[in-house]
Design a protein around this ligand. Structure first.
Ligand code: ADP
Ligand code: MG
Length: 433
């Protein structure tokens, strides 16, 4: 379904702004606590780890400034987000290294990064970040264990040498496991959230459509009666005049025009009423095959265009539904008219029914006509939207509002120059006994 195309991009944009803001806040906190630590009772000299720590804080501030400056100009926000969060995992590794590597209490920061990466990048992103964190942590602890690097230690004493291999292994495995567990869980949750939001957004589109129709319906109901009555008197008067006054070919032609146009107007008004206020309908049990066959026959008799267009039917027998037969005919009729009108020259229109899951039946009307352009897809159900020079733009609106009253809706698939398929489903019923 079209309709909510660029929302995810906007969403990422806002979340990324938040992450950038919170990163600066967190770094400021880090700066504050480091300063306090440095000037606490037993002042730390400004050497070794503290110096590197200040360096890291300044680097993060500078990076944040860069992010802020280029943020608006970057088109591919997704890659930008991956990059930022990837750098964050690296910063966390440095923080862990500076606070004692193996003994550091800051390994939980990995989990924090993974959690917010899942909010921005969903399951895939959180898994990638979990891999990044695990690899970095593994390398860091290994390097330390084999004495290749010596961690800064603020307390000095608990170096990795005092632990045996199994303890080190255990902690690394636990940390990695936690990374993946958190990535899995938060990824799962955010994926679910995203799916729910997508569904909600589709529903919102549908509701908007219905609301628009309802509003139009109210307006229409008021105004159409005001039009119908004068129209009736107009055409009645002309008919009387035509009989009364002596025949004059010139005048007769004019009167015929008036009559033809009033007919056209009243057909339009009637159609509009149909869309705006579909009659409540006489619900009956209908056998689909015979009802559809009858409508197709009627259509072929009524319209001359079927010389070039072949209508093929493919109906399952003995499928029953409950609907007003007039409504069903109206729906099918409008869809066939559109299908035939979409075909220039020779072509084919197919009508098909098929049983679906959960006791539904699907009805499909397809053509190999001109197709519907993407930019029109949003509007084809709007009343008065038409791309035809003599169209009214009411056909699909009527179909839509009739189907809406049966709690179902039209689906449409279309490819320009290839054709279009309209389909909807109805609840199946038991045959009458
Ligand atoms: P109208 O037929 O009077 O134009 P509709 O509401 O029936 O009004 O259709 C609205 C528009 O949707 C049409 O003008 C056409 O552009 C498009 N459309 C509907 N059905 C088809 C189809 N089967 N193939 C191509 N375009 C279609
Ligand atoms: Mg039409």
């Amino acid at each position: 379904m079209p309709g909510y195309s660029n929302k995810p991009e906007d969403d990422l944009y806002h979340k990324l702004e938040w992450v950038m803001f919170l990163r600066v806040a967190f770094t400021s906190l880090l700066l504050g606590s480091t300063i306090i630590l440095q000037f606490s009772e037993k002042p730390y000299p400004l050497t070794g780890p503290l110096l590197v720590f200040y360096g890291l804080i300044i680097t993060i501030f500078l990076l944040s400034l860069c992010y802020g400056l280029i943020f608006k100009h970057i088109k591919r926000k997704l890659i930008f987000a991956y990059l930022q969060i990837g750098i964050d995992t690296f910063a966390v590794t440095i923080i862990i290294f500076l606070t004692g590597s193996f003994a550091s209490i800051f390994s939980f920061l990995y989990l924090l990064v993974i959690i917010y990466s899942s909010m921005l990048l969903f399951r895939k992103g959180s898994m990638i970040m979990a891999v990044l964190c695990s690899v970095q942590y593994g390398i860091l602890i290994n390097l330390e264990y084999y004495g290749i690097i010596n961690p800064f230690s603020m307390n000095g004493d608990n170096s990795i040498g005092s632990y045996d291999w199994s303890q080190v292994f255990f902690k690394v495995v636990i940390t990695m496991g936690a990374c993946f567990a958190v990535a899995f869980l938060s990824g799962f949750l955010s994926e679910q959230l995203r799916r729910t939001r997508d569904k909600l957004s589709a529903l919102e589109d549908r509701i908007k459509r219905v609301e628009k129709m309802a509003y139009m319906g109210e307006m229409a109901a008021g105004i159409t009666h005001e039009i119908k009555n004068p129209l009736a008197s107009l055409s009645g008067s002309i008919q009387i005049l035509r009989k009364e006054i002596p025949y004059d070919p010139e005048q007769d032609k004019l009167m015929q025009i008036v009559l033809r146009e009033t007919d056209r107007l009243s057909a339009l008004v009637n159609n509009f009423l149909l869309f705006a206020k579909p009659s409540p309908g006489q619900i009956e049990k209908i056998e689909l095959e015979s009802a559809l066959t009858e409508t197709v026959k009627l259509f072929e008799k009524d319209k001359a265009c079927t010389g070039k267009v072949t209508i093929t039917s493919d109906f399952f027998s003995n499928i029953w539904i409950e609907m007003d037969p007039v409504h069903l005919r109206q729906v099918i009729w409008n869809l066939i008219v559109n299908a035939v009108e979409a075909i220039e020259g020779e072509g084919r229109v197919g009508i098909k029914t098929s049983p679906l899951k959960h006791n539904f039946v699907g009805i499909e009307i397809s053509d190999n006509g001109c197709g519907i352009k993407d930019q029109y897809m949003q509007s084809i159900f709007d009343p008065f939207f038409t791309t035809k020079s003599n169209g009214t733009g009411l056909g699909l609106s009527i179909v839509h509002s009739i189907l809406e009253s049966y709690d179902t809706w039209l689906d449409v698939e279309s490819k320009v120059d290839r054709g279009t398929k309209f389909s909807f489903k109805l609840k199946r019923r038991d045959p009458p006994t």
